[in-house]
Design a protein around this ligand. Structure first.
Ligand SMILES: C[S@@+](CC[C@H](N)C(=O)[O-])C[C@H]1O[C@@H](n2cnc3c(N)ncnc32)[C@H](O)[C@@H]1O
Length: 223
């Protein structure tokens, strides 16, 4: 091969590698947004179903790295968040997630974020504080739920709402591909929530294929 052709091919490959390089991923997540329209897609298709409103104080139990909450705050201003986790290593990624999204939208996100580490027996969240509590893709991972579900009664304010997002099973025995926990079946889940003293307010389908559901509960008559 002549030297000019060799030089051309080398340069061509370098340019190709750089032009194909995707955005740096400062944190690990399978639904990774690469543009503002990706964030808008997630919010418009799914997360608006959490019903989060401007100025609310909201806890997210099992928030992971906080990506869903950051994405909600790209569209709903002035939320005071309490991102709660039992796995503190998930919360370490939060600052990177926030910074990445602020860079993508080109402005600071208007929200306050408090990070809270809980235990199996206590959320460590303040009582009587929350307009809304989210459990996004978490309920099925909590093995003994009685304690936490009872504690949530104390955390919500008078008209507070508990929103649970889950991919529900369609038949007995289904498990999640990634975590291998069993999927919940809706009748059992709704009965369990009633036993904990919650009243179903709304139920919305987020996505048909994965049977992604959003349930909103209020405190039952007993509270
Ligand atoms: C499947 S991940 C979902 C994370 C995040 N909500 C999301 O949708 O990206 C479930 C999370 O629940 C957390 N978790 C499990 N049991 C918990 C508990 N008892 N209290 C708080 N978080 C818990 C796990 O550490 C994990 O990060």
């Amino acid at each position: 091969m002549n030297i000019l052709l060799k030089a051309f091919l080398t340069n061509f490959c370098v340019v190709l590698i750089f032009s194909c390089k995707s955005v740096d991923r400062p944190y690990n997540y399978k639904r990774f947004p690469e543009s503002f329209s990706d964030i808008r897609h997630e919010y418009k298709n799914y997360y608006h179903l959490t019903g989060c409103k401007q100025g609310e104080t909201i806890a997210s139990i099992g928030a992971g790295n906080g990506i869903k909450e950051v994405q909600i705050s790209c569209f709903v201003e002035g939320i005071t968040w309490y991102l709660q986790e039992i796995d503190s290593s998930r919360l370490y990624e939060f600052e990177k997630v926030l910074e990445y999204h602020e860079n993508l939208i080109g402005s600071p996100i208007d929200a306050d974020f408090n990070l809270v580490v809980g235990t199996e027996s206590s959320t460590n969240l303040p009582h009587g504080t929350f307009d809304r509590i989210l459990m996004l893709n978490v309920f099925h991972e909590i093995e003994s739920r009685q304690g936490i579900m009872t504690e949530i009664h104390q955390l919500l304010n008078e008209n507070g709402v508990l929103v649970i997002m889950e991919r529900m099973g369609k038949m007995e025995g289904e498990v999640f591909d990634d975590c291998k926990y069993p999927k919940l079946l809706e009748p059992n889940f709704l009965q369990e929530m009633e036993d904990y003293g919650y009243e179903l307010k709304t139920k919305q389908l987020g996505e048909e294929m994965s049977n992604l559901m959003f349930y909103a509960f209020g405190l039952g008559e007993g509270d």
